[in-house]
Every structure is written in C-alpha cells, then in structure tokens.
Design a binder for this molecule. Sequence first.
Ligand SMILES: Nc1ncnc2c1ncn2[C@@H]1O[C@H](COP(=O)(O)OP(=O)(O)OP(=O)(O)O)[C@@H](O)[C@H]1O
Length: 260
Amino acid sequence: MSIAPPVHVTAGVAVTARSLRKQYGTGPAAVVALDDLDVDFAAGRFTAIMGPSGSGKSTLMHCLAGLDRPTAGTVRVGDTELGRLDDRRLTLLRRDRIGFVFQKFNLLPALRAEENITLPLDIAGRRPDPAWLRQVVAAVGLTDRLRHRPAELSGGQQQRVAVARALITKPWVIFADEPTGNLDSRAGAEVLRLLREAVDTLGQTVVMVTHDPVAAAHADRVVFLADGRLVRELAEPTAERILDVLGRLDTDATAPAGGR
Ligand SMILES: Nc1ncnc2c1ncn2[C@@H]1O[C@H](COP(=O)(O)OP(=O)(O)OP(=O)(O)O)[C@@H](O)[C@H]1O
C-alpha cells in the first residue's frame, strides 16, 4: 500500500453517537443494551471497542453501522445522521459508505475472490477502478488467489478477501466485528496488520469490536463498555494495559452493590 490513493479522509470525527439508547423488549423483561451513551470515533484512526460479555458492544456497532436503529439518540456517519434516513437510503449508505468485516467472513461461496471483492460495486452498478482494485488486491496479498472460491481459501485468506471487499468502495468507515475471532493467531495477526496499514497509509477509519487484548493493542485507542455505557478509554494501548482495565471492569461487575 505504498501509493496513497484518493481515499475519502475527513479531518476530525468520522462517526458520532449522542445519547444513544437501545432497549430490547418492554416492561419487566426490558433489557437496556445501550444506556445514554456518547462516543466519537476520529477519522483516519483505528479504534477498538471492548467490554465484558453483554456490555453492549455488538449492539453499539450495529447502531453505528445502520444495521439496527437505536431506541433514542443520534448517530452520524460522516455528515449524515442515520436516523433521518428511510430504510432505502440507509441501505445505500451502508453499501456505498461503510465497509464491513465480520467474524464469519460472510463471503458468497459461489463467487471467486475477485468477484467477492468487487461485489459492493457490482451491486451499485459501478465498475471498479482497475488501479485501485490492483492496489487493494496486492495490499491484502491475494494477487495469485483471485480466481479461487472461498472454499478453496484458508480462513486467513478468506478474511483478507473480506478486508479487500471492505476497502474497495473507499468507505468513510470500516466496522470490523471480531475480525480475528475465527482465525489462528498468525492469520489473525495478518488481518490486524492489514487493518492497521489501511489506517496508516490510506487514512482509513476503522472501528473494531474484539474480546482479544492483543488484537485491540493494534488500535490507536480502546473504548471500554460496561452495562451499555462507555466507562474507560485508553490511548496507545498495550495488551497489558488493556488486560488490566478489563480485569478491573470484571471486578467492578462482580463487586457487591455499594461495596466499593
Ligand atoms: N435481540 C435482542 N433481544 C433482547 N436482548 C438482546 C438482544 N440483543 C442483545 N440483547 C441484550 O443486550 C445486551 C447487550 O448485548 P450485546 O450483544 O450488544 O453485548 P456484547 O457486549 O456484544 O456481548 P458479547 O461480548 O457476549 O457478544 C445483553 O444483555 C443482551 O442479552
């Protein structure tokens, strides 16, 4: 990724959530998954979201990415407030402006690697810019695998196809949901290196949910959720400092009420 392409880079904030609330169900069975949460994600930076199981990480990411609608509050991606969009426009925004990398790769099995990479453009009726496609494919190390179908690729290679698919539209932000969760540590490290490089050399904004402190240590910043709230953050994190914060969050969660 040595040549800097004209990726959309906005100075400042790429994604903003204000007073975000998500409640599932009503009455006594109601679960508040996000509780009046405010957070900003800087453009051109790599941010990890961490927190104990059930703290609201997936719910937050789904609301930020327009995959789910919050009960209250606002989300802005770039200069667009998601709540103002009808379903069709939200779908278009997701397709054209947001890149996704999921734990389970989510590639189409019948399509070759190259077709999977260009799928978001094909759906939009756009042709890939050949130079950009070459650059993305080279960056993810798939030049000699383009005619393979997902079943003919290793897990790490499949996830690299998914990263290339996320990059191909030059999105405002890439949301990665446990992108290394299905990979061994070597393949996982490769995918994290790619995301890091996309941020450093292309100015890409990346927001990643992960349980893994080593994965989160690739980020510029880690935000920690507990009970649907943002409770801590770390700049320039290391795996040790992340583990330390996670340990404290777990202790807080198990401490008797009023006991601290
Ligand atoms: N569709 C749903 N219906 C009802 N409750 C839900 C739903 N989705 C999530 N929840 C609840 O909302 C809370 C937050 O869930 P969420 O999946 O966002 O947490 P998480 O931090 O991503 O957890 P994990 O690390 O285990 O994936 C949990 O209490 C969960 O049980």
